[in-house]
Design a protein. Structure first.
Length: 155
């Protein structure tokens, strides 16, 4: 699979909304229920250079929204807010590529931890664990990945 990952821009909003709707269609109404102002929601991430999309031949196959948590919480971390992959591209490495991109972005920003919360999706939890995320030792109840460890644990 030949793809590219880039920052999302405002012109991508409609495609990203459709991506999330398709990726979570098995969870009927998820996007509409929780993100009625999805374009505003996206703009929060896009305007801060915290929305990344993976494209193949001009098709947005996956997207991830992240934000940086300050030291005052559980330490400085890049938090994965939302990750979605089109159903036809699932189990083909798209999600992994996006997460690896987020890890590289964290490293570029001088951040040594990436966090994600995924309490209700057992399959996702297992995938993240396989990639190196571990249950947080803090009270934050996140899965975390220490990026210093990634350098030595890469398959």
């Amino acid at each position: 699979m030949k793809y590219s990952i880039r920052l999302a821009v405002k012109d991508d909003y409609d495609k990203i909304v459709r991506l999330y709707e398709k990726a979570f269609e098995h969870r009927e109404g998820l996007v509409a229920k929780y993100y009625t102002g999805f374009n505003e929601y996206l703009s929060f991430f896009v305007n801060r250079n915290n929305a990344f999309i993976l494209e193949e031949d001009g098709t947005i196959c996956g997207a991830v929204l992240v934000y940086e948590t300050p030291d005052m919480f559980c330490g400085r971390s890049l938090y994965i807010e939302f990750l979605a992959v089109l159903p036809d591209y699932q189990n083909k490495g798209v999600g992994r590529a996006l997460i690896e991109h987020v890890c590289n972005e964290a490293h570029r920003r001088g951040i040594t931890e990436v966090s994600i919360r995924t309490a209700c999706y057992k399959d996702a939890y297992l995938i993240y664990r396989h990639m190196g995320f571990r249950d947080s030792q803090s009270d934050c109840r996140f899965l975390t990945m220490n990026l210093k460890k990634i350098d030595t644990d890469v398959d």
